[in-house]
Each structure stands twice: as C-alpha cells, then as structure tokens.
Design a protein around this ligand. Sequence first.
Ligand code: CA
Ligand code: CA
Length: 384
Amino acid sequence: MAQAQGTPAETESPNTSYTPMTPGQTRAPKPATETKVATATAAQGIASGWAFEFLPDGRMILTEKAGTLRLIAKDGTLGKPIAGVPKVDARGQGGLLDVALSPGFASDKMVYLSYAEPREKGNGTTVARAKLVEDGGGAKLDDLKVIFRQTPAYEGDKHYGSRLVFAPDGKLFITVGERSDKGPRVQAQDLASGLGKVFRVDPDGSVPKDNPFAGSDKGKPEVWSYGHRNVQGIALDAEGRVWTAEHGPRGGDELNRPRAGLNYGWPDASYGIEYDGGKIGAGKTQAPGTVQPVYYWDPVIGPSSLTLYQGALFPAWSDAFLLGGLVSGGLVVVKLDGDTVATEERVPLNERIRDVKVGPEGAVYALTDGPDGKILKLTPASGN
Ligand SMILES: [Ca+2]
Ligand SMILES: [Ca+2]
C-alpha cells in the first residue's frame, strides 16, 4: 500500500525551505478514497476540557483545565466535580491535564491524573493516582498519592506536556514538555533534567530495572527517551509499541516512535523555526546521534493527542493513528506502512481539537477546546 506519489492533504505553503531527510517524511499523499463523517454532539457545556476516557460501563471521565474532574453519563449529562482533585496551577498552558485509567480499573477503580503542580519555586508536571469512589450521586478520589514529579520546577506557564499511557506490560509512560523558554529548553538534551523527556515508570512510580538509564549515573532513571519539545500525544500501535506526537515551533510538529535511551533531537535539530522567523539554534534539521521524526508537519497541525483506531465503524482507518489538531481544527488521520507514513487524511471539524478517543461502538469522539467545549461524536456519513 506504499504510495510514493499523490496529492498531500496539506495545501498550504510550508514556513521553511527545509527538505525532509527521507521521502515521505512530510506531506504524505491523501488516501485514494477519503472518509466522510457525520457529526453529533455527545456532551456539551465543558469548560476548557483537556482529556477524557471511556469507563468500562460506557460513561466517560473528563478533566477540565481549571482543575475539575467529572463523570459524564451515557446520555451526555455532566456530573458534579469529583472531590479530592489536587491543586493545580492553571495559568497559561497549565492546569489539570491528562487522565488515564488503570489497566485493572474494572476492579481496582484507580485513575491517574497529570497536572501542572504549584511548587515551592515555580511549577512542574506531576502525576498522581487515586481510587475513584462513587456513593449516592457523588464521587470522590480516595488515597491520592503522587507517583511522579518532573524536576526541576520552573517559573513559567508553558509546555507541561502531558499525556499518560499504559503499555501492554503494565508500565506507565508519561510525556512532558521542556517549558518552552530558551533558557530551560536546552535541558531537553540534559539527561539529569526532567525537561523535554518521555518517562517510563511502574504504576506506583518506582523505576523499572530495565529502563535505559536505571542503575547508571548517565541520567534520571525514569527517562525513556529525550530531546523532546512538548509531547501531548502518546499511543500504542497495533503491536503495542509506543508512539508520540509533539508540538514543534513554527513548522516541525513531529510523529516519533520513542525507543529506549534515544535522543529525538530538540532543540539541536528541528524542521521548524522560531515564532519570530529566526532559526532554532544553528538551523539544523539533522544532528549526529539524534533520531529523525518518522513524520513532520510544516505548517503545524498542533497535535493535542494521539489515538490508535481499531473500531468497527471506520474500516478504512483500521490501525491508523488519529491526531487531534488544535491548529488544523479537526482530525488528522495517519496510516502507517511499517514504520513510515503511507497516507495522511484531514477531517475538518472547524474546532480546535484537544483530545480524541474511540468509543466502545467504534465511533470517534473529539473534545473541542475552549470555555464552551463539546465532545463531538463522529460516525461514518452515508455515501462513504
Ligand atoms: Ca488520557
Ligand atoms: Ca525531533
């Protein structure tokens, strides 16, 4: 199914004159047949929602940036705020961020939250877990424990990441950002710093012995991969391997397959430029010892999330990655052929998309960004 030629989904001019290292690393062709979707509203009245997940019983759990966590009934009714959520620093890009369910949620009821945590000096991304307890009409978090803190703290309000995903072996991957400013961003290359990394921990936050820097003095033992900018998408592929999507600067959003101990380049190598038009560092797209992105976008799509599609309703998207596009204003559907991108498709929704999930019936659900947000339900339109 590899297609070297064809019209790309992207129609706008790039921000840079950089050329990809390998053909097909950007502007992959559209699929021969595009999928048309019908859109309905599954929930509304969401105040700057950031993440949601389906519970085994078909309800959803939702985070809102300012620091509320809610259940959403199957008819779309938002529940009251769940008690016991930790205090968050919601300025700028901070707040209550991702939610993930324990792989054993059906019996253990454990939920994992990532958030921008106020610290003594500044703030940073923190992950906590707690038991979700429902009684009567209300719900609360019990036994909340912090299992991970990104360090050092930094006084800023940008690039916290973050997303959480459990691998098939039960390890928890945590993505973060590098805090954006030119001062801290270089720490993405520093293995002793927690900025600009993907981490891998046990569900209680302890360090797996087979982590790449565990038991050595080369770097923080929780580090899985480094040289990342602001990673807000993480998902497993059909083989259970971890993939990430990260925000680039102006141009240079990336899809990566992070492997143990490897360097993904930021800020020494990037296909983007500064917002003011200047080069990033020396303006290199490749640097020795760094891994190229599998795929990149210029102009950016603003990848908020990454989800593997394996549902029944959209057979054309089977095993494809769905990215939420904040800037592209819809879904970006990326179909792989091995470890390269074969096709890229855009599904415009005229909304900034903050998170994307696949429902139990195979419909795609997309959380819109902003103070009056919705969860859109996408099903195949008749005539596909
Ligand atoms: Ca999540
Ligand atoms: Ca990179």
